[in-house]
Design a binder for this molecule. Structure first.
Ligand SMILES: [Zn+2]
Length: 338
């Protein structure tokens, strides 16, 4: 299993401008009680290893996060159903703001720093592991600009889009794609695909095992799944814990540890070809949170490292996190055995 180290220069504000982020979080707080009444939530055990012993817990925006004692994944329980989640992603003010305004505040940087590296990753890895691949499908993207990039890849003859929450404008702009405006699990039924991409979708589904199993079934033998997700085993989330802005329902219902995610992947039958954490922002996020809110005490060693070491040491520290798969941004390349 490969682990790719990928150092790049950018900052959190390049992708998530502060003003936009504040408005997004405010809209989430207002939307949660409206879309997810407590009487309609369902208890569940760890979505990675199925255990239910609790190591720690906290509440965020009215929802309960539980840490698994066994694999240390973090998950929301009780949680909304998939139907309620899809309605939220289609109709909530927070998500409409996200796709119509927030995401476009940073189009250029997002394209350069996130989307184009995804496209390079897909094309190069497909060439290496499944050179005969003809079809590619994306599931539940929240980033319409990604579809612009996907549309340009010439090596796939057939491009499929499976998502219940894309606007008509976005669909019209991508006429070469075959579209299924359905939830992923239904949209994947009866498909035979060579490559499937699911960027961040695993974190926001009510049933990650069901989603991964549906992807597995829809892939041809030897088919590839490119996946990104937020990992609780990452440095910034472990350090900031419940104060981390990146932990918020319902977009992050499942925040796996790297150990937990591997357990889940093995249960579905996939072979894991690559598991990397090419995040570059962990230390910067902790430093920003400390400056913003000095009452949040961070470990003394980290405070010392931030105060008394220069940029080169900070970069080397971030590189260490990547080399040992301890950043909170995870990417996996999975293959269905032949
Ligand atoms: Zn677990």
């Amino acid at each position: 299993m490969h682990n790719i180290v990928y150092m790049d220069e950018f900052h959190e504000g390049d992708l998530k401008p502060l003003e936009g982020l504040r408005k997004y979080f405010q809209l989430i707080k207002e939307g949660i009680p409206e879309f997810f009444p407590k009487s309609e939530l369902n208890e569940c055990s760890c979505p990675a290893c199925s255990q239910s012993k609790i190591a720690a817990e906290f509440t965020k925006y009215g929802m309960r996060y539980i840490e698994c004692e066994s694999c240390n994944s973090l998950w929301v329980s009780p949680r909304p159903s998939e139907i309620a989640l899809i309605r939220y992603f289609e109709e909530s003010k927070a998500e409409i703001f996200w796709r119509n305004e927030f995401i476009h505040m940073t189009d250029r940087k997002r394209k350069e720093k996130i989307l184009q590296p995804w496209i390079r990753w897909i094309t190069e890895s497909t060439q290496e592991y499944y050179a005969n691949a003809r079809s590619i499908a994306d599931i539940h993207t929240k980033q319409p600009v990604y579809l612009d990039e996907l549309q340009k890849i010439e090596r796939f003859q057939e491009k499929v889009l499976i998502s219940p929450f894309l606007s008509q404008t976005v669909l019209k702009e991508h006429p070469s794609m075959r579209v299924f405006q359905e939830p992923a699990i239904e949209g994947l039924e009866n498909q035979q695909l060579d490559v499937i991409t699911v960027f961040d979708g695993l974190g926001m589904t009510a049933d990650p095992f069901a989603l991964l199993s549906a992807i597995f079934s829809a892939l041809a033998p030897g088919g590839l799944c490119f996946l990104t997700t937020t990992l609780i085993s990452g440095f910034d989330l472990q350090t900031l814990w419940d104060a981390a802005e990146n932990i918020h329902p319902p977009t992050r219902l499942n925040i796996f540890s790297d150990t937990g995610l591997l357990t889940l992947v093995q249960k579905t039958g996939f072979e894991c070809i690559e598991f990397s954490t090419p995040g570059v922002l962990d230390l910067e996020i902790v430093a920003a949170e400390q400056q913003k809110n000095s009452s949040n005490s961070i470990p003394r060693f980290i405070a010392y490292l931030l105060k008394h070491r220069d940029e080169n040491t900070h970069k080397a520290f971030q590189e260490f996190l990547q080399a040992h798969r301890l950043s909170s941004y995870g990417r996996l390349l999975l293959r269905k055995p032949t």
